[in-house]
Design a protein around this ligand. Structure first.
Ligand code: SF4
Length: 123
């Protein structure tokens, strides 16, 4: 199989061609070309084996300044978990003060990925 991807590991956006065997998805059997650096090869292989994304969202906050607080994952998370993560986040209601980088959700489903605030909301 062949897949054309655009590497999202940096703003250059290299066009990758990834060749792999649908029945034997071993990292060393996946061939990535078009990458300008090793990160592209890692990204291309990961997209075939276990695609991940950074997730951004908002959490309800009990503040008189604004109703929702922007948050994001501390690292890319498995695409299969994104729906569960968003469901979890949208059920939360937190209270100020919150500072950029504060952990809102710790180690979601033992992935090692947290959800952190990306905005200061102190009252
Ligand atoms: S392969 Fe390297 S240079 Fe190209 S987009 Fe990915 S990270 Fe950037």
């Amino acid at each position: 199989m062949k897949r054309d991807l655009i590497c999202i590991a940096c703003p250059v956006g290299c066009r990758l061609e990834v060749e792999y065997d649908e029945n034997n998805r071993q990292p060393d059997k996946i061939k990535v070309t078009g990458n300008r650096c090793p990160k592209g090869e890692i990204y291309g292989k990961e997209e075939i084996l276990s695609p991940k994304r950074v997730v951004t969202a908002t959490v309800e906050i009990d503040s008189r300044l604004q109703p929702r607080l922007p948050v994001k994952t501390s690292a890319p998370i498995d695409k299969n978990l994104i729906f569960d993560l968003l469901k979890f986040i949208y059920r939360l209601k937190i209270r100020p003060p919150v500072r950029i980088g504060d952990t809102i959700v710790r180690n979601f489903k033992n992935t090692g990925v947290d959800v952190v605030a990306t905005f200061n909301l102190l009252e």
